[in-house]
Ligand binder design. Structure first.
Ligand code: MOS
Length: 754
């Protein structure tokens, strides 16, 4: 993969610093959830329902209970009395599924946990789980969205400005199409897993989690024990993609099992149950209507979304939000309707709402461009939103360089050489197809608390409860501490992923970088100020001498030295000498930062991007390959060009999967996932991924934080599927409105054309 994008100046902020936790990962020393070595661990294996909708008549454990090594079998009939039933969760905590496991005798979806077998070994628990007999009284399963009944009443989300229906009716050019996105399953490499260990009344949970603080809150509430009696640890996470944002029932089960057998209990969710019990991106059926002038100015946009949720929780995939802000249009309506079905609860998956919402919008824009005989990029420029019209009154963007993304991308990709006729661009036996799409993601920032300690041995340590899910969070903490102190990166220890540390944010919504940077900055400055104070009061200190008879000189810390602000760093004293002379092992400071509510509502803050894709279609052997992918991102200041670029390219790889491969397929009788394994659920592999490139147009978004950094974890996925289906159309003449692209559809389309 090629490299582009260079850090500005010599600052470590922006530099392509290698992950500070990288060597731990590649040497196997990094401890993921189940790697934590605990004594006397027992193993819990869940028994999952094999039906979609039922009442449990009886659970017969007679055989299983007598099997070797079995310690306990928990189910609704013997477990509910252990703890208080969970009430309504606090406003700020969120579980993957609000209903605690084993609450009653009801089965609401295929794969729901109905029992947990705990045994001395994993094999014993697994074997015994196979011998638990569950007798169900079956009810009809609602698993087909076209047969399901949307609830009565107004849609779950409704947005309107102007008079979209009338404007559509009178528009000279119209597009009215329905797009369908299938269920996608996150499938992180690391399975969801928990080791629960009780220490008296306190439970310690070793998790694979994107949010240890939220996890602590939810388990405290669901288990009915005080917050300080729950500790959640997730020092490393083998990715989550949103699936590990919120706790799922296996964590609760591990805690219950450990309490019952009075030993630590390890529960690993098997890959097959990763398709039912830990969330998924829901199916969406989206009708998109665009009305435009002959010149290509949008007159009306109408976006209507139908989406299933589960019977036990409400999850809204917010697809329409992006439609309301991306292009300039006076008349716009958006509606989202939820349909409860007998499936596991959906949950955010990388780029929730916006990624699936952009597909119909960007696809319809392409269809409109073709109808108008306009270049698709030109159509987007004609409808460029200078302000965010979704607000009333409209809001300016905090920083928007989308035009530059389009322009840079078009130049680098060679867009002007595109000939628009279907099948007109050839390379040997292959037909090339080109597509482009807009990408966007909202720029959020929350609150965080960080503690920074400067040690007498010349090292530093930063701590926060937030976690690094593979994105590079450890590394940016160290970069900021290093920048503010001059302490080299390899002398900075960063400790994250422990709910007992200062409160930190969930790794979600691409917000962690913007959220933690101000807190790391302030905490570091606080620690430096304490060292400076120590220096100023140090008997015999050069800083006291200099100031004899007057005010002490203003001091600062650079290159690891405390020095007079108007003198070069070399004139100063290494900070560790000051600590040593004052006989201090360390000095530390803590800072809590939060966005300023006054400015938060002044601006609309989003990242933007443009994605250009090329596919190569060989009709002779029916082979479709992605051959080029260029992404240009306006994501504010990039704090680390290596991990940042890695985020974008990884998201593009995921987007290729979304466009061409990923789909969870269900048995229409009971919503059993049929391709619930890595052989049949297809994701992008090396052979599917071409040379990828990514360019950052770097304009700091200073309304968000002092570095001007926005999060970039999700935006790289946003336009990929749209740009790819557009490229597929350009190559083959087949418009794919139902993802993923299927080779058989392309072959059938070719026959129709021939
Ligand atoms: Mo992301 S879906 O907020 O982990």
């Amino acid at each position: 993969m090629s490299t582009s994008g260079t850090p500005i100046g010599n600052s470590i902020i922006g530099a392509p610093v290698t992950r500070i936790d990288g060597s731990l990962k590649v040497t196997g020393a990094a401890r993921y959830a189940v790697d934590h070595p605990l004594d006397n661990v027992a193993f819990g294996v869940p028994v999952a329902s094999t039906v979609g909708n039922a009442t449990i008549r009886n659970i017969d454990t007679t055989i299983a209970q007598r099997m070797p090594g079995v310690l306990a079998i928990l189910h609704h009939g013997n477990t509910e009395q252990l703890f208080r039933p969970a009430g309504q969760l606090e406003q700020n905590s969120r579980a993957g599924e609000a209903r605690p496991p084993f609450e009653d005798d009801k089965v609401y979806y295929y794969g729901q946990y109905v029992a947990l077998v705990v045994a001395n070994t994993f094999e014993q628990a697994q074997e015994a789980a196979r011998h638990v007999r569950v007798d169900y009284e079956l009810h009809p399963s609602v698993v087909d969205i076209s047969a399901a009944q949307p609830p009565e009443g107004p849609p779950r989300i409704h947005y309107a400005r102007g008079i979209a229906d009338q404007a559509f009716d009178s528009a000279p050019v119209k597009i009215d199409e329905t797009y369908v996105l299938p269920v996608e399953t996150h499938n992180p490499m690391e399975l969801h897993a928990t080791i629960a260990k009780w220490d008296g009344d306190k439970v310690i949970l070793y998790e694979s989690s994107q949010g240890v603080v939220n996890h602590q809150h939810v388990l405290s509430e669901m288990l009915g024990i005080p917050l300080d009696q729950v500790q959640v640890l997730s020092p490393f996470c083998g990715s989550g993609f949103g699936g590990k944002l919120f706790p799922w029932p296996h964590s609760h089960l591990a805690a219950l099992g450990a309490k019952r057998v009075n030993r630590p209990v390890k529960v690993v969710v098997p890959r097959s149950l990763m398709f039912t019990t830990v969330g998924h991106r829901p199916l969406t059926q989206q009708r998109m209507r665009l009305g435009a002038t002959q010149e290509g100015k949008l007159l009306s946009v109408q976006h209507d979304v139908l989406q299933p949720t589960s019977m036990v929780d409400t999850y809204v995939e917010q697809c329409t939000g992006v439609t309301t802000m991306l292009y300039s249009c006076e008349n716009l309506t958006a509606n989202q309707t939820l349909v409860p079905m007998n499936i596991g609860t959906p949950t955010p998956m990388r780029g929730p709402g916006i990624v699936p919402g952009l597909f119909p919008l960007e696809s319809a824009m392409d269809e409109l461009a073709i109808k108008l005989n306009l270049d698709p990029l030109e159509l987007r420029l004609k409808n460029y939103a200078e302000q965010d019209q979704s607000f009333s009154p409209v809001r300016p963007f905090s920083s928007k360089r989308l035009r530059e993304c389009y322009q840079t991308g078009a130049e680098k990709f060679g867009w002007s050489k595109r000939t628009p006729e279907v099948g007109s661009m050839k390379r040997g036996d292959e037909i090339l197809g080109w597509g482009m799409a807009t990408a966007t993601w909202h720029a959020g920032r929350g609150s965080a608390t960080v503690r920074v300690r400067l040690n007498a041995d010349g090292s530093a340590r930063a701590t926060c409860a937030t976690q690094d899910i593979g994105t590079g969070t450890y590394t940016i903490f160290a970069q900021v501490v290093s920048e503010k102190t001059g302490i080299p990166i390899d002398k900075i220890e960063v400790v994250l992923g422990d709910s007992s540390l200062p409160d930190g944010p969930t790794s979600g919504g691409s917000t962690v970088t913007a959220t933690v940077l101000p807190a790391v900055t302030q905490a570091t400055q606080g620690a430096v100020d304490r060292v400076i104070a120590a220096a100023q009061t140090m008997p015999g200190s050069p800083f006291q001498r200099v100031s004899a008879g007057g005010d002490p000189p203003a001091l600062k810390m650079t290159a690891g030295r405390i020095h007079a602000a108007d003198q070069p760093p070399e004139s100063g004293v290494p900070f560790q000498e000051i600590l040593a002379q004052r006989r201090l092992a360390s000095l530390e400071a803590e800072a809590r930062t939060a966005p300023d509510p006054a400015t938060t509502h002044q601006y609309s803050a989003h990242s933007f991007g443009a994605q250009f894709m090329e596919v190569a279609w060989d009709p002779g052997i029916a082979r479709l390959r992605v051959s080029r992918a260029l992404t240009v991102i306006d994501g504010g200041k990039i704090i680390n060009h290596r991990t940042g670029r890695n985020q974008i390219l990884g998201a593009v790889v995921m987007g290729i999967g979304m466009a061409l491969f990923e789909e969870t397929i269900y048995d229409p009788r009971n919503a059993k996932p049929l391709n619930n394994n890595f052989a049949d659920y297809i994701v992008s592999t090396n052979a599917d991924v071409p040379d990828l490139d990514c360019i950052f147009v770097e304009y700091p978004d200073l309304h968000l934080n002092e570095y001007g950094a926005r999060g970039i974890g999700e935006i790289g996925l946003a336009g990929v599927a749209s740009a790819l289906t557009m490229a597929v159309y350009h190559a083959t003449g087949v418009r794919v409105r139902k993802l993923p692209v299927r080779i058989e559809e392309l072959m059938a389309g070719q026959q129709r054309i021939a």
